[in-house]
Design a protein around this ligand. Structure first.
Ligand code: GLY
Ligand code: MN
Length: 462
């Protein structure tokens, strides 16, 4: 947690952004979420916007900022003696509020009364789109809005103001993100050093998770540790590593104060890459380096994405997998046979920062997203500004089902050499991911350097 002034300043800035808006801002903190029965919950994770403005990292809190009288009230109940017996002593609600510079608190049950009174006076109640079932039910109970209507009735002014503030990271946030990335790098180095033929993917996932937990935080997203890296979000850890395979590790730690790291490493199960693996790895690396070099304020991330796509396509043409006019191929989306997703995403308190508020507001400034396969999965397109933090994560993925589908459809036969492509069936996938801060003059990689080149990766695999 930061000093109380940080939270006070954030709320002042939020109020300033909403100076032409009246009514109440409703912040719902997260509740415990049961896994299989009420007292056996998933690890608690506070809502990031709640944490950002109100600072409390405990379940069952709500907050209201009154835009008209300038007050902020935190709603929660102090723990009963029964709860203290099971969970130990906790700071009081007033103490937790004070740490975030909030002086006004009220019992949880008062929230409904405050909101009902505001509704009866015709005052607007602004809320953010809920992403958990518990929050949807809470909003239904508090405001009478059915869950199916809540996303559409969420406050656009509130969403835009939150995005505008959270999107630029302060110096103290960067320190936290770098802590997370530093732990994340340790996770990757451990995974890269230990992997051997005969191990299970779960052996590596377990060691990687251990490092995140030992650093005092959690994982920032479920670990991807797989010999089937062609499945973009592969969370299965049941395969045994075999010689000749390539292993993709995409994992990140969350710092104790809830900032994310997100790196991807790809390495051979053997001590060295096969010539074919090295060729593909080098193409991904050249796309990565081209993208990183292009990062600077004023550049649109969509253009950086397209530069990476073009670089991948050139390399794939060199291997005989693509052909024809590459500008045309990339414009039409033919390269998405190999790179089906976006180049990167904002990162902060959430690994995909603020994705719950809508990619179109976070990554597109309200402009519509493309519907083209591949480009539609680009989460960030907007012009970069100093203080933005994002990942760069190009990849090449050989997805057998996609190869078969497009071939059967006769899709992009001017640009894809389907005969050659068959030779890569079973290859897997390669992704190289690092995290960057946009600076006034360019970009800086966050955290210590990660092994990047094929030689550097092999040096760890000895
Ligand atoms: N590292 C997981 C993701 O970016 O989606
Ligand atoms: Mn990522």
């Amino acid at each position: 947690m930061f000093a109380s002034q940080t939270y006070e300043e954030r709320r002042q800035l939020l109020r300033a952004r909403l100076k032409d808006t009246n009514g109440l801002l409703l912040f719902l903190g997260n509740e415990e979420s049961p896994m299989n029965y009420a007292d056996n919950g998933y690890t608690f994770r506070q809502d990031s916007t709640f944490l950002y403005f109100l600072g409390v990292d405990h379940p069952d809190f709500a907050g209201v900022m009154d835009l008209d009288d300038g007050t902020t009230t935190l709603f929660a109940d102090d723990l009963s003696i029964d709860a203290i017996v099971w969970m130990g002593p906790q700071p009081t609600v007033a103490e937790q509020a004070a740490r975030a510079g909030i002086t006004q608190t009220a019992p949880a049950g008062r929230l409904a009364e405050v909101l009902q009174k505001a509704q009866s006076q015709g005052r607007p109640i602004h809320f953010l789109p809920p992403y958990r079932a518990e929050a949807r039910l809470h909003l239904l109970a508090l405001l009478g809005i059915p869950p199916a209507e809540q996303a559409a009735k969420a406050s656009l002014a509130f969403i835009q103001a939150v995005v505008a503030l959270r999107v630029t990271k302060s110096a103290e946030e960067i320190v936290e993100i770098e802590k997370a990335v530093t732990t994340t790098l340790q996770m990757h180095l451990a995974g890269m050093r230990m992997a051997r033929p005969g191990m299970k993917e779960s052996d590596i996932a377990a060691r990687v998770a251990e490092i995140a937990l030992a650093a005092g935080g959690q994982l920032s997203f479920p670990i991807i540790a797989t010999v089937h890296g062609e499945t973009l979000h592969n969370h299965f850890h049941g395969n045994t590593l075999e010689r000749g395979q390539i292993f993709l590790l995409d994992a990140g730690a969350e710092s104790p104060s809830r900032y994310a790291g997100d790196l991807t490493s790809t390495f051979p199960v053997d001590p060295t890459f096969t010539p074919r693996q090295r060729e593909v790895y080098d193409i991904v690396l050249s796309a990565h380096l081209a993208a990183v070099k292009a990062l600077k304020p004023g550049v649109r991330f969509r253009d950086v994405h397209l530069l990476a796509c073009r670089t991948l396509a050139e390399g794939l043409k060199g291997l005989g997998l693509m052909k024809g006019d590459l500008d045309e191929a990339v414009a039409m989306g033919a390269h998405a046979m190999f790179f089906q997703c976006g180049l990167g995403h904002m990162m902060g308190m959430d690994v995909h920062d603020m994705e719950n508020l809508g990619e179109v507001w976070v990554g597109y400034e309200g402009q519509p997203k493309s519907t083209q396969f591949g480009l539609k999965s680009l989460r960030l397109a907007r012009e970069l500004q100093p203080g933005f933090v994002m990942t760069v994560e190009p990849g090449i993925y050989f997805i057998p089902e996609l190869m078969d589908r497009w071939k059967a459809e006769g899709k992009f036969t001017d640009f894809i050499n389907y005969d050659k492509l068959q030779e890569y069936r079973g290859f897997g996938g390669i992704r190289i991911e690092e995290d960057f801060l946009i600076t006034p003059s360019g970009a800086r990689m966050l955290g210590p350097c990660k092994p990047r080149t094929a030689d550097e990766v092999e040096a760890l695999r000895g």
